[in-house]
Design a protein around this ligand. Structure first.
Ligand code: PMT
Length: 400
């Protein structure tokens, strides 16, 4: 199931050049499964056409003229009452001022007054307009009324100047919408700790022992936990991935750093999911200068790294549910069963990493969920997000 399945979002689009980004935002929200009803103000229509939004949402996009259309003068009430979220992106200084004053002179501002759903605003304007005391006062009033304000951010502005005024990027706004719409989910109020990526163990200042983990499976777990309403901390090894909006990200490099971060956070967590590929060994002594080729082939002596999961499971105060992953290239079930028992876990995700379409780096995965009570569930080939949802749903059932 898509994360925003059956969620209704009214996307208000007001007159700013950032309107072109609103089309991308509407598309992203639709792809996440939301039903997106777009309302354009008259000024927005100068920048972009309703047809653009209709094409990406597959739904009618509304303009002011519709206020006097066949629905009679109640369209705004229906749109407002049906919405799970009212997101206005871009939100101009003019619309912010109207909303703060409770003015309702067009379809969007009327809908905002009629809506009972949370209001999320993504301001976009020139830097000077944003800094103006009138705009700041509008935002203060709207925040006091419970609105969430995201952005604007600093950068190049349409005026040619640089400053704070750019609308937040659509991907980030979609992330904020996702967090807002997950409130009250099955993991609401729960703290979920996730590890992701591979650790790197320095040999010298430029070389490391690393592995093929991209972090994709762990980041998908963090996103799935957020989608179920959890508070998420993501402890990540080095990766180029962007953390999901709403997750608290802690970056680490080595297994020892990951162990320290996890141990510091585990006592307060309800659930720990370790998807990280932690190096079992590290060079016992990293050279402090780059090892020179001319000095001949070096011998690198290794020392054992701590077993993080095992250490957590031996703590007096630990998460109620401990989930490990077992990356195996042979004897998948036997090896995974062994790790489930030896590491004191509630569940292990047995991951055959020998297949081309599963395990490291790829976007899909094929796993078997094994639980300590002997339960075994084999999943088909799924996206890493779908795998994460299944793992989280199973782990959530163990919390009960
Ligand atoms: O990141 P991707 O490219 O998306 O790839 C995903 C993945 C293949 C890395 C992931 O699905 C996966 O299988 N992660 C576990 C990798 C691993 O290190 O497995 P392991 O069998 O060596 O370890 C078993 C469990 O103990 C793991 O949960 C691991 O995080 C944990 N562990 C391992 C070593 C160690 N020193 N301390 C640990 O806590």
């Amino acid at each position: 199931m898509l994360p925003l399945h059956a969620k209704r979002i009214v996307l208000g689009v007001t007159g700013s050049i950032a309107c072109y980004k609103a089309a991308d935002l509407a598309s992203k929200l639709t792809q996440l499964g939301a039903e997106v009803d777009v309302i354009l103000t008259a000024a927005a229509e100068h920048f972009i056409k309703p047809l653009t939004f209709q094409s990406v949402t597959g739904r009618r996009a509304y303009i002011d003229q519709d206020l006097w259309g066949p629905e009679g003068h109640v369209l705004h009430v229906k749109l407002g009452k049906d919405a799970d979220l009212l997101l206005i992106a871009p939100a101009t200084a003019n619309t912010l001022a109207k909303l703060a004053a409770g003015q309702a002179d067009n379809l969007l501002t009327l809908t905002a007054l009629a809506a009972t759903a949370p209001l999320m605003l993504a301001p976009a304007m020139d830097g000077g307009m944003f800094d103006h005391p009138a705009t700041q006062a509008s935002l203060e009033t709207l925040r006091a009324h419970g609105a969430q304000v995201h952005g604007p951010v600093s950068g190049h502005l349409a005026s040619g100047l640089s400053g704070v005024g750019r609308m937040l990027e659509p991907a980030e706004l979609a992330g904020h919408a996702r967090v807002a719409l997950s409130a009250g989910g099955p993991l609401a109020g729960r703290r979920v700790l996730v590890t992701a990526g591979g650790t790197q163990e320095p040999i010298d200042p430029v070389r490391v022992i690393a592995n093929r983990s991209s972090g994709k499976q762990g980041y998908a777990l963090a996103q799935a936990a957020l989608d179920l309403g959890a508070q998420v901390t993501l402890v990540s090894g080095p990766t180029a991935l962007i953390a999901p909006v709403g997750a608290h990200l802690l970056r680490v490099q080595t297994a020892v750093e990951m162990r320290d971060a996890v141990l510091a956070l585990a006592a307060a967590a309800d659930m720990l999911l370790m998807a990280a590929a932690v190096a079992d060994f590290r060079p016992s002594q990293a050279a402090d200068k780059k090892i020179k080729r001319a000095e001949g082939v070096p011998t690198v002596e290794l020392a054992a790294n701590p077993d993080i999961l095992k250490e957590v499971s031996q703590q007096a105060q630990k998460p109620r549910v401990l989930v490990g992953f077992a990356a195996e290239s042979n004897d998948l079930l036997a090896n995974a069963q062994g790790k489930l028992a030896s590491k004191g876990l509630d569940m292990i995700v047995a991951n055959d990493v020998s297949a081309q379409d599963a395990g490291f780096e790829v976007d899909t995965n094929r796993v078997i969920l094994l639980s300590k009570d002997g339960g075994q569930e084999e999943l088909p080939l799924l996206s890493k997000y779908e795998v994460a949802r299944k793992v989280l749903e199973k782990a959530a059932s163990l919390l009960k």
